[in-house]
Each structure stands twice: as C-alpha cells, then as structure tokens.
Design a protein around this ligand. Structure first.
Ligand code: IFM
Length: 449
C-alpha cells in the first residue's frame, strides 16, 4: 500500500450545473433556455426527459449543502442559469434570479465551502438562440453584459470564477452534430460558435476583472487523443488547440484554419478579438473522463463532431473496461493530458470534472454500494497525484457530480452522482463513493496498491 498526500491547500470539491439539478424551470421569472426547447422535440433526449424538475435543487439547497458539508468538501463548482438572471438574455436583471444565487453563495460561505460559479454551462436563453445563438457575435457581447451583472452582485464573496464550461460541447455538440441543444448540424456555424464562445469568455473576463474578481478562468474538456500521429494532429487541432492556442497563445493554429476551410473562411475573427480572448487567466479548468482513439483511414468521411477530420476514424480498444456511458476507463489519459498542458502551455490547472456513470441503486438495506465508481475515482485521483509529482501545478479536484442528475440527451438514465437521487421522492442517499471521497478529503490523500 502506498500513501499519497496532496499539497497543502489543494482544494477538493464537487461540481454540478444549473439545468442538470435545479428544476423550477418556470419559477421566479426564469426565461426559457435552449435546453427547454430541445428537450421538447421528440427523440432528442432519452424518453423525452427534461431538466424542468431535475433534482429540485432550487427548493432543496439547504439539504444539498448539508450533503457537501458532511462530505467535507472545500469547494463547490455550480453554474448560474443565464435565463434566471436575464430571462431573454439581455436587459435588466431579474431580481429573483440574482437573489437565488446570492442566498446560495451566502449559505455556502456559512458552511465553510468556497463557492466557484460557472457563468455558462449550456443553458443559453432561448431568445438569444432565436437571434442566431453562439454563431453570431452579439451573443458574445450579451454574455459580457450578463457577466457584469452577476459579478457586481457576488464578487464580494466569490474568489474563483469560471466563465464557460466545455465550449467544445456548446459549439460542436450544439451546432456540428446536433446531439445537444440547439441541435443544429452546420459545421461552419460550429466554428463560428467556437470563436464567439471564446470572445464571450474574453468579454466576461474583462467584466469580472473590472468588478474586482480575484481568479478568473475557463473550463475546457480536452479530448486526449491517442493513435496514428497524423490523425491525432488533425483532431487535437480542431478539438483542443483551437481552444488552447487562442486562449493561451493569442492565435488560432494555422493547420486548424487550413483544415476547416471547406466549412468557413474564418471571416468572423475581427481585429482585436484575439487580444480580448487571450487576456491572462489565473488557472485552467480541465474536465476529463476518457481518451479519444483515432486512426487514419483513406476515404473515411468527417467524424460528425470534428469539422475537418475527413480520412480519420475513431475506435475504442476492446480490452478496456467501460463505464455506463460506454466510455473506456484509462486514468493514464488524465496523467498524460495534465503533463501535456503543463509542457505546452505552462498554466496552473484544476481538474474541474472527473467521474463515472454507473447504474448502481439501493440494495435491500437501502445502501448504494458503487464499488466501480470508487475504483474509477481512486485511479484518477492517483493519476492527478502522479501529475503533481511530475511537476504539474494542479490546484484542486472537483468530482463530477455531487448527485445524480439530468445527463443531457441521456436524461436520467445515466447516474454520475456521489449521492443517489430517487427521482420519484427526491430522496438523496449518499453512495459508498461519497464516503470514500470524504475519507480522501479528510486525509488530503489516499492509499493505493
Ligand atoms: O454531465 C456532464 C457535464 O454537464 C459536463 N461534463 C461532462 C458531464 C458528463 O457527461
């Protein structure tokens, strides 16, 4: 048995997102989001499910904070629903929406839990999508204004802010393959969305800094690519470097611009945008679940979610175990990814999401013994420790997710929580993994064979 200890001050947390847990979709003046509409389109989500009720967190904040307090977490990464703050995505704030997050932040602080809000975790106000969505520049401008509103209310109690969560998903799942809201399948629009999401991040960063925010960052979900070198170069470009490079080097990679010319002339990039996008950030949020395996294959069509990837196919090694999402489990991918980011970009990081879906429910004794999730967490937390040992500046780890919730197109069929949610009664049951995680937090480390 080896004892692994993490550096003093390392932050342990859990993460959630507004549309996945809050419910109360029509309460207190909340406007509609793209996910409300998308979920209503037959066939888009599992059994037509939506986040309208979700975990009813909107009415159960106290109980959910108690769960975190009993786990001993240092921090909680939650997201703010833009349509609660500005029901149509612009104009004056809805006071009831701001009040909800104001109370949440107060309660977290009182519980000794550091609040880390994400400004955008995919619930774009529907009105803005009707005006063109992320493929149009105005959405970025509106996002900057929204950031200023939220910051002015919460900045006195919030130290660390995340602008966007996984813009890869917003752009490519939302506008390239349409698996997520708003469900469009226009690769050129997806690339414009990438740019306007990044511009929105830059404008929000300016607004947050102007309000006095201490730490500003963005959360990415890089696809750690393995396989044929040429295939990896192309997909790493359109999936990862297209975000890393403008944010951290102030330019889009030339090979990505060249590879995607059949979809767009990149005319949406205006003078000054890259300066706005590349303002310094304090750390980078990294979400990791599984690597991506690729190989070159003559004549293969583009992978629907990666514009510019013709001649490449994805595959999955058969020997690896998979989670309930069908995602292969490979903790070494997290180590490799963190080391790569450190070497290529030299920015401090926080693992802002990591976890696994398993269907485990209560046994006869009413306990949820999710041994597989514990093993997943153990190996990935070990990989984070190894990365720190290899010189990577990792500031914290937030497990996905505090509780089972609305897993987007998969509805409530996939359970990522440390806490089980019985959706019929809204009863919460901490799983064995919650106990495991709280032991890790208490020891600031873990034991590995
Ligand atoms: O549930 C999602 C989350 O909203 C964003 N990152 C990945 C998670 C699991 O799919």
């Amino acid at each position: 048995m080896q004892q692994f200890h993490f550096p003093e001050g390392f932050l342990w947390g859990t993460a959630t997102a507004s549309y996945q847990i809050e419910g109360a979709a029509a309460e207190d003046g909340r406007g509609q989001s793209i996910w409300d509409r998308f979920s209503d389109i037959p066939g888009k989500t599992w059994r037509g499910q939506s986040g309208r009720v979700a975990c009813d967190h909107y009415h159960r904040v106290d109980e959910d904070i108690d769960l975190m307090r009993s786990m001993g977490v240092d921090t909680y990464r939650f997201s703010i629903a833009w349509p609660r703050i500005q029901p149509d995505g612009s104009g004056p704030a809805n006071p009831a929406g701001l009040d909800f997050y104001d109370r949440l932040v107060d309660k977290l602080v009182a519980a000794g839990i550091k609040p880390m809000p994400t400004l955008y975790h995919w619930d774009l106000p529907l009105t803005l999508e009707n005006l063109g969505g992320w493929p149009v520049r105005d959405t970025a401008e509106r996002f900057g204004e929204y950031a200023a509103i939220v910051a002015s209310r919460l900045v006195d109690r919030v130290e660390t802010w995340w602008t966007l969560n996984e813009p890869w998903c917003s752009a490519y799942l939302g506008y390239a393959n349409g698996h997520h809201a708003p469900g469009r399948t226009e690769p050129g629009a997806a690339l414009a969305a990438v740019h306007h999401l990044l511009l929105g991040h830059g404008l929000a960063t300016q607004a947050l800094r102007a309000a006095g925010a201490e730490q500003v960052s963005i959360v990415l979900n890089p696809s750690h690519c393995r396989g044929d070198e040429d295939a990896v170069q192309v997909v790493d470009g359109v999936a990862n470097r297209i975000f890393f490079d403008p944010l951290l080097k102030g330019a889009y990679p030339e090979d990505v611009v060249a590879n995607t010319r059949s979809h767009t002339d990149w005319g949406f990039v205006q003078d000054g945008d890259l300066e706005t996008i590349s303002q310094p950030i304090d750390l980078l949020g990294v979400n990791y679940y599984t690597p991506t395996w690729l190989r070159s294959k003559a004549g293969a069509p583009e992978i629907d979610v990666f514009p510019g990837s013709a001649g490449i196919e994805g595959w999955t090694p058969e020997e690896l175990p998979v989670t309930d999402m069908g995602w292969p489990i490979d903790a070494s991918g997290l180590f490799d990814l963190l080391v790569r980011i450190h070497k290529d970009y030299g920015v401090p990081v926080m693992v802002t999401e990591n976890g696994a879906a398993y269907p485990t429910g209560p046994n006869e004794a009413g306990e949820v013994v999710d041994t597989e999730r514990i093993e997943y967490l153990r190996s990935h937390i070990g990989a984070v420790h190894d990365a720190i040992g290899a010189g990577v500046d990792v500031r914290g780890y937030t497990a996905w997710s505090l509780m089972d919730n609305f897993e987007w197109a998969f509805g409530y069929d996939k359970r990522f929580g440390l806490v089980y949610v019985d959706y019929a009664t809204q009863r919460r049951i901490p799983k064995a993994s919650a106990k495991f995680y709280s032991d890790v937090i208490a020891a600031n480390g873990l034991e590995l064979d």
